[in-house]
Design a binder for this molecule. Structure first.
Ligand code: MN
Length: 247
């Protein structure tokens, strides 16, 4: 069984380098795989399935092709693309996962999450998160015109960038106690998340077991993925060769 995990691509029309890396990943790295997990912030922003980001159609088609070839595709919301809905899932043939998803991987209990809820030291962000993850807020937002939604999304992104620039590095990383708590609560040995853009493998000892926390990386002209195959875990960075062009 070959499982792949990615997050934090932040795909956007303004970044053809990221689209190129994803195109390479979908054509040269992912196939064949049994399961592909998209763990949030695949898109830099998403204002509704009725207004998809322009220019990404070929990549969405490649994802669909993978599904048609037998890969099970799973999608989890991040803090940028939490408005991805069932229409896009149907188009891709993907399954939408809850905010926290527990599963058994090669006999070990694992928890998948985007990771932003682990940044509990960032109090402002957690308040914002509670607001935009509220279904009433989301319904009100989605009922606006596309132009209004674009304007609101831009304001939110600018505010978040300004706040982020003023925050201490440590505040924007995960809180160690939040990590320990969530692994205890779900009784898992393995935690897989993204969001912090600090790709690494951390030993996360639990009472009896070895325990590990794997942080996925953010994409630029290079990409990151976690491969778990027959019990073997590898966090891999790749760069498409120069001759590889987009579509
Ligand atoms: Mn994120």
């Amino acid at each position: 069984m070959r499982r792949l995990f990615i997050s934090d691509l932040h795909l956007q029309p303004e970044r053809p380098d990221i689209s190129r890396a994803f195109h390479y990943f979908l054509s040269h790295i992912a196939p064949p795989c049994d399961e592909l997990y998209l763990l949030g912030d695949i898109f830099e922003y998403w204002i509704g399935d009725d207004a998809p980001l322009p220019g990404l159609e070929p990549l969405l088609r490649q994802l669909r092709d993978l599904v048609d070839q037998g890969t099970r595709l799973y999608f989890m919301h991040g803090n940028r693309d939490f408005l991805v809905g069932h229409d896009l899932m149907a188009q891709l043939g993907a399954t939408l996962l809850p905010e926290q998803h527990r599963l058994i991987i090669d006999g070990e209990a694992a928890l998948l999450l985007h990771g932003d809820e682990l940044c509990t030291d960032d109090v402002d962000y957690q308040a914002f998160r509670a607001q935009v993850r509220d279904s009433q807020w989301q319904q009100a937002f989605l009922s606006k015109s596309v132009a209004e939604r674009i304007a609101v999304a831009r304001q939110l992104r600018e505010a978040s960038q300004q706040q982020g620039a003023m925050k201490q590095e440590a505040i924007m990383d995960v809180n160690p106690q939040a990590v320990a708590d969530i692994m205890d609560r779900h009784d898992v040995e393995l935690l897989i998340h993204g969001h912090t853009h600090r790709p690494a493998r951390h030993a996360q000892p639990r009472q009896d077991a070895r325990g590990e926390r794997i942080v996925l990386g953010d994409w630029s002209e290079s990409g990151w993925y976690l491969e778990i195959r027959d019990g073997k875990r590898e966090l891999i960075r790749f760069t498409p060769p120069p001759e590889c062009t987009t579509q």
